[in-house]
Design a protein around this ligand. Structure first.
Ligand SMILES: [Zn+2]
Length: 92
């Protein structure tokens, strides 16, 4: 089933792919593999309505520091102050 027949951006043909999506909120990130419709011409990614709602729910949980349904796979970091490359700064 393909809910998107043509790319809304360029009119190109769409195909279903498994893609990695990274969501963040509250300084936390979650990586997931999801089905997306990908434009063969411009690379636009489209998701179903229920998938978009899932992304919103995941971002909300990350923001709220609520980690039920999440599995820890690593840690994420930002820089401390004083990194030698002055053009690189910690995220606020
Ligand atoms: Zn396109």
């Amino acid at each position: 089933m393909n809910p998107f027949e043509k790319c809304p951006v360029c009119g190109g043909a769409m195909t279903t792919r498994q893609v990695e999506k990274i969501l963040s909120g509250g300084g936390n990130t979650a990586s997931l593999q999801v089905a997306a419709e990908v434009c063969l011409q411009c690379g636009e990614h489209l998701y179903t309505k229920s998938m978009v709602l899932s992304f919103e729910e995941i971002r909300r949980k990350l923001q709220a520091q609520e980690f039920s349904h999440f599995k820890r796979i690593g840690q994420s970091f930002t820089l401390e102050d004083g990194w030698p490359e002055k053009a690189a700064k910690p995220v606020p």
